[in-house]
Design a protein around this ligand. Structure first.
Ligand code: WTA
Length: 678
């Protein structure tokens, strides 16, 4: 199955068992972990029902899972009634946690002495009151109700979770669009969902600069006819364009709302859509993944306990952006369901200096820290002093997510950040799964740590590594990662993928024929102990600094430029970002290759897709290698880009004869040699 995994030059398998003294007594052999795991699968429905019963339902479910109305769409806890906003807020407000701090938020700007200028703390009661007032605005001022759709285009400010929770309270389906995305991206998502209201902000701070987000939103609205109204949060107090009768300042709307407004949370079906989050796939426009209230809440509750081992005195800090799934699940819903105190931060990790995160760990006494390998590799480069100058003795558990973690980044987290005191894990999951599925689970049992491994599947999760036909591969051999049974948190009814049940079935369930397995699109290896090591994407999706980028989407942006006839984008390994895109572009007749065009194309991508997708290199070539039927031989393009041997490639091309591939390869190598590049 192709080339061997390449994890930033460090060889697999790499194993080490580390004894963690302060976790003594919690060690179990991996065998006993799997014995427990096997029991959860044998009693699959009872097991998940028993986890579900730990939450507060308006009416508890009697059944774990049943088929939905479309192929491979499942209804989790179908007869239960629940509301995730109630779980996250109301039940704490009724308990001793009422005035416990829910969020500690830090704005990016700092004083001359480096201290944060803005810190806001919200207790559960504060948050509950704000959410109720915003829900009041959504329902009274804009007449929104259960089943309506809104889009939220906000940066990392408290209003972002507040709007998510307010929408959830009313059963309004929301989509959050990452504030780093362009107007084009925003419009595509609004239009696919059919959102009628957009929430945005005048502007915000990023790396010390002001980003005028309302201006971007305005450009998107021109292309989004479904948007009737816009709510604008005043973050900076800058002058922005406000359209009469369409755009409203949030603070002005709130003036008309009683301080103690109460909006009854809707008693929703467990399967009612909570949100749609768009993510990149191999072809076509981004896929809108639907998550529900009940199943999603159950997976988050379970993983908060198992993976993060949370306790009431924890200070939880997940460094993700709420614009991505990690922030949805582990800044907003997961920690709030558990009643934790969570830190979140507006800006970048190296502003004003590379110790911003560690200063926050010290300032708030963070205990559980969740981050990404790219950020770790970036911060490692500044040297250990930035970490060591801050007290990290509060830390007790560290996990990473988003891409494979290379052993040296793992070691740095373990030795430097965690002072060899904290277990360090790499939690595997994806937008589609809603929450973590494969990870070491210190909250259940501390199994031996292996740097770079994800770990065994979590209880009740039937994960395996299989070949093209769905048969398990031997330990140590590379295969496809699949989930063999439905799981709570999976793409939800009605259609799994918003508006496209066929594509949902095709992408996730028909890739491995006839088995009904959920196909993740990842390559993985299972080792002799049963640990899973996810190696990277098996499809045409790139992971650039942990962000998912479809090569097809990026090619479409390039081809939409007036000078471009054809484009092929592939990813090559990068020591910090894990992977970066490079592009091979054929110009239209009448356009001469030049450095200027290359720069123009980079700017085009920045404007039309966003800075994260700008190719590191653009080669202007005269031809791309294609099969007789006109399909670009992408793996061949990749082989040329990475310098991989051709030998592997021929077996991988389904459509082309070996000679044809060789010829195309040679011609392409020649074209690349003659190309002009940046
Ligand atoms: C990759 C992010 C290795 C994987 C939550 C997956 C990982 C994709 C890990 C999903 C990990 C995520 N080790 N690879 N711990 N976590 N991935 O949708 O390729 O942005 O398919 O969700 O990230 O990316 P997404």
């Amino acid at each position: 199955m192709g080339e061997e995994p390449r994890i930033l030059g460090e060889a697999l398998p790499f194993e080490e068992k580390i004894e963690l003294k302060n976790w003594a007594g919690r060690h179990v052999g991996i065998e006993s972990y799997f014995e427990y795991h096997r029991k959860t699968l044998e009693n699959f429905e009872e097991f998940w029902l028993s986890v579900a019963k730990e939450l507060d339902w308006f009416s508890p479910p009697s059944k774990a899972v049943e088929p939905g109305d479309y192929p491979y769409v499942y209804k989790w806890f179908p007869d239960g009634r629940i509301n995730i906003s109630y779980l996250a807020l109301d039940r704490h407000v009724r308990s001793w946690r009422k005035n416990k701090v829910a969020y500690i938020w830090e704005g990016e700007p700092v004083d001359p002495d480096g201290r944060p200028k803005e810190v806001k703390k919200y207790t559960y009661y504060d948050l509950w009151r704000e959410v109720n007032r915003v829900a009041y605005v959504l329902s009274r001022n804009f007449g929104l109700k259960k089943g309506d759709k809104i889009a939220i285009y906000l940066p990392m400010i408290p209003e972002l979770p507040i709007f998510m929770l307010a929408a959830a309270r009313l059963g309004i389906i929301f989509t959050v669009v990452f504030a780093g995305f362009t107007a084009e991206n925003l419009a595509t998502r609004i239009n696919d969902l059919g959102a009628t209201l957009l929430v945005t902000v005048d502007g915000f701070y990023r790396r010390g600069k002001v980003i005028r987000l309302k201006d971007v939103a305005d450009r998107a609205i021109e292309k989004s006819p479904s948007i009737k109204n816009v709510i604008v949060v005043r973050r900076l107090g800058i002058d922005v364009n406000m359209v009469d009768g369409r755009d409203y300042w949030l603070d002005e709307l709130l003036k008309g709302v009683p301080q103690n407004a109460y909006v009854e949370p809707e008693r929703l079906e467990s399967t009612h859509p909570l949100y749609v989050l768009y993510t990149s796939g191999t072809t076509g426009k981004p896929k809108g993944i639907i998550h529900d209230h009940g199943g999603y809440a159950v997976l988050l509750h379970a993983t908060m306990k198992w993976v993060f081992d949370v306790r009431d005195d924890d200070i939880f800090y997940c460094t993700a952006d709420i614009g991505w799934v990690t922030g949805h699940s582990y800044i907003v819903f997961g920690p709030l369901i558990e009643g934790l105190t969570t830190v979140f931060y507006e800006g970048v990790p190296d502003y004003p200096a590379p110790d911003r995160w560690w200063s926050m760990v010290e300032r708030y006494g963070v205990t559980v820290f969740y981050t990404t390998p790219t950020a770790v590799r970036m911060l490692m480069r500044y040297g250990d002093e930035w970490v060591r100058k801050h007290d990290r003795s509060s830390l007790r558990l560290i996990h990473s997510v988003g891409e494979p973690i290379n052993p040296s980044a793992w070691r740095w987290l373990f030795e430097v950040v965690g002072e060899k005191r904290c277990p360090v894990g790499s939690t595997w999951w994806m937008t589609e799964t809603g929450g973590i599925l494969i990870s070491k689970a210190p909250g259940l049992a501390l199994v031996p740590l292996k740097p770079g491994a994800n770990g065994p599947p979590l209880p009740g999760v039937d994960a395996d590594v299989v070949d093209e036909d769905g048969n398990p591969v031997e330990p140590g051999k590379k295969g496809f990662l699949v989930i063999k049974r439905p799981f709570p948190g999976m793409p939800a009814p009605p259609t799994g993928m918003w508006g496209d049940p066929q594509r949902y079935a095709q992408v996730y369930f028909e890739r491995i024929k006839g088995k009904g397995y959920f196909y993740t699109g990842d390559y993985a290896v299972k080792d002799k102990d049963g640990y899973i090591w996810v190696l990277g994407r098996a499809d045409e999706v790139l992971k650039v600094a942990g962000h998912r980028i479809g090569t097809y989407e990026l090619e479409s942006v390039l081809v939409s430029h007036k000078a471009v006839a054809e484009a092929a984008v592939v990813g090559i390994p990068d020591p910090v970002k894990g992977e970066v895109p490079i592009a091979y572009v054929v110009l239209k007749q009448g356009f001469e290759p030049s450095q200027q065009i290359i720069e123009e194309l980079k700017e085009w991508v920045r404007k039309n897709y966003g800075p994260i997708a700008v190719p590191n290199n653009i080669f202007l070539v005269t031809k791309l290698p294609k099969t007789r039927s006109g399909k670009i031989m992408r793996r061949l393009v990749k082989a040329v880009a990475t310098g991989a041997p051709l030998g592997d490639i021929t077996t991988l091309e389904d459509e082309a004869a070996v000679d044809e591939v060789k010829k195309a390869y040679e011609e392409f190598v020649k074209a690349v040699k003659e190309s002009r590049t940046a």
